[in-house]
Design a protein around this ligand. Structure first.
Ligand code: ADP
Ligand code: MG
Length: 252
């Protein structure tokens, strides 16, 4: 593997995820090329249904592409066995979603500790790391609380702590501010920005909020109809038109 490749956190080549629905084919992700450097903070914009979550899930190893390949920190995901892929999801990537997905019957301590139990981290180390993660998101004093006792913003901060606790190399966030008011949304973005800056964690974040993306991300990509249409993948050139288009006669 060459050194240019080693500097990449994520390298996706011609990735497709097509679903067959009866007679129809849904091209949820359709030929995506994407390179994200280690330590970059990239925002992914695009209208609903454009394939953003599908792409994130492929990078997270939650789903497999129908074509193309994805390399994350030197690991070609297609070559991993399902056990290795589970290890990859546990240790290399952290995820946050629009719905906070905390377990209601567990305290914050237990919620944040959970990924480390799956990773078989020893108990003394677990406690220390839960404390650090909760401190990082400003919830150190709330470790005994259950999710229902917290505001939406606090729940998302706890979900962020849970995503970080195994010290992943890549943070994947799917509309992390989608259920939050603007103040709490901004707070989450500020925290993600801080984590990116201080820990050097690569961030790929889906969002609808262009203004926040412009403030916090280093680079913005836009997805439409399963394809990336940004600097990574310029739109196909329009073939030369032999005649000036007639008024109202365009192809819409
Ligand atoms: P976004 O996150 O940008 O809103 P998604 O990635 O969720 O978009 O979906 C992209 C497209 O793929 C949509 O048309 C959606 O209906 C379709 N899709 C997503 N998941 C499935 C599935 N499991 N089966 C069939 N179609 C799906
Ligand atoms: Mg989505």
């Amino acid at each position: 593997m060459n050194s240019a490749h080693d500097e990449l956190a994520i390298c996706a080549t011609q990735v497709c995820r097509h679903y067959v629905m009866g007679q129809a084919k849904v091209r949820a992700v359709d030929g995506v090329d994407l390179k994200i450097g280690r330590g970059e903070f990239v925002a992914l914009l695009g209208s609903s249904g454009s394939g953003k979550s599908t792409l994130l899930n492929l990078i997270a190893g939650l789903d497999r592409p129908t074509a193309g390949n994805i390399v994350v920190h030197g690991r070609d995901l297609a070559r991993l066995t399902s056990a290795e892929l589970a290890g990859y999801r546990r240790e290399i990537v952290g995820m946050v979603f629009q719905a906070f997905n905390l377990i209601g019957s567990m305290t914050l301590l237990e919620n944040v500790e959970l990924p480390m139990r799956f990773a078989e981290v020893e108990r003394p180390a677990r406690e220390q790391r839960v404390r650090e993660a909760l401190q990082r998101v400003g919830l150190a004093s709330r470790w005994q609380h259950r999710p229902a006792e917290l505001s939406g913003g606090e729940q998302q901060r706890a979900a962020l702590a849970r995503a970080l606790v195994n010290r992943p190399s890549v943070l994947l966030a799917d509309e992390p501010t989608g259920n939050l008011d603007s103040h709490n949304g901004e707070e989450i973005l500020r925290l993600i920005g801080e984590i990116n800056g201080s820990l050097g964690m690569t961030v790929l974040m889906v969002t609808h909020e262009r203004a926040l993306a412009e403030r916090f991300a280093q680079r913005i990509l836009v997805m439409a109809d399963g394809k990336l249409c940004g600097p990574e993948a310029p739109p196909a050139p329009v073939p030369p038109q032999p005649f000036p288009a007639e008024a109202g006669g365009g192809l819409g």
